[in-house]
Design a protein around this ligand. Structure first.
Ligand SMILES: [Zn+2]
Length: 217
């Protein structure tokens, strides 16, 4: 049983956060939370926050930081998160991190640990451009990090796998640039708070998972 159960996974796109979050959440009964899922649910369930968020989403604007932070905190206040959660890809900016801390205080929760996944840029680009998706069920695979059992075929439904055009090298470089500019400052932010643990995200899931288990134990 792990002792640190309220977790934030931090790291560049392609560093393996999502994959490890999925493994760890299944293993330890933590709720794996991405902001995309929260948006979709709140909007679908027509909550007060969802209605506000819909306004921004439908007009093509970015959902403001305070609203995102509130939506995440409200999700964490739900019963299934009581024994632990993994936030995957949030907070994304310093203002979000500050607002989120305040929102967490309001619901009497706190972050136990922020796990930073380190990986070199060359590898990140390689992984980001190796993503393949099932035409039929939308499952994600990765030619390098999470290859399907049979090449070109979805493990889950047998559908055909394809590469999205926006997984081009150019898009991958842009995503890394945005990460370095907006999200990387969170490393220093959480280090200062004594909440940061670093793991090598370059090793692949079988080697990185035990490293994560160690820091959250
Ligand atoms: Zn499929």
């Amino acid at each position: 049983m792990i002792t640190k159960r309220n977790l934030v996974f931090l790291g560049a796109p392609g560093a393996g956060k999502g994959t490890i979050a999925q493994i760890l959440s299944e293993k330890e009964g933590l709720v794996h939370i991405s902001t995309g899922d929260i948006f979709r649910n709140e909007i679908k369930n027509e909550t007060e926050l969802g209605k506000k968020a819909r306004h921004y989403v439908t007009t093509g604007g970015l959902v403001p930081d305070d609203l995102v932070a509130e939506m995440v905190a409200s999700r964490l206040a739900e019963g299934d998160c009581a024994t632990g959660f993994i936030l995957d890809g949030f907070p994304r900016t310093l203002p979000q991190a500050d607002l989120f801390e305040t929102a967490l205080e309001k619901i009497g929760r706190k972050i136990d640990l922020v796990v930073l996944f380190n990986a070199g840029e060359e590898l990140l680009l390689k992984r980001l451009t190796a993503r393949i998706i099932c035409k039929q069920c939308g499952s994600n695979f990765n030619k390098i990090f999470m290859p399907p059992e049979k090449e070109g075929i979805c493990d889950k439904c047998g559908g055909e796998l394809y590469q999205r055009t926006d997984d081009s090298l150019e898009t991958a470089k842009e995503r890394l640039e945005i990460y370095n500019k907006q999200t990387a400052p969170l490393v220093g932010y959480y280090k200062e708070k004594g909440l940061l643990a670093e793991v090598d995200g370059s090793l692949g899931k079988d080697s990185t998972t035990p490293l994560v288990m160690e820091v959250v134990s």
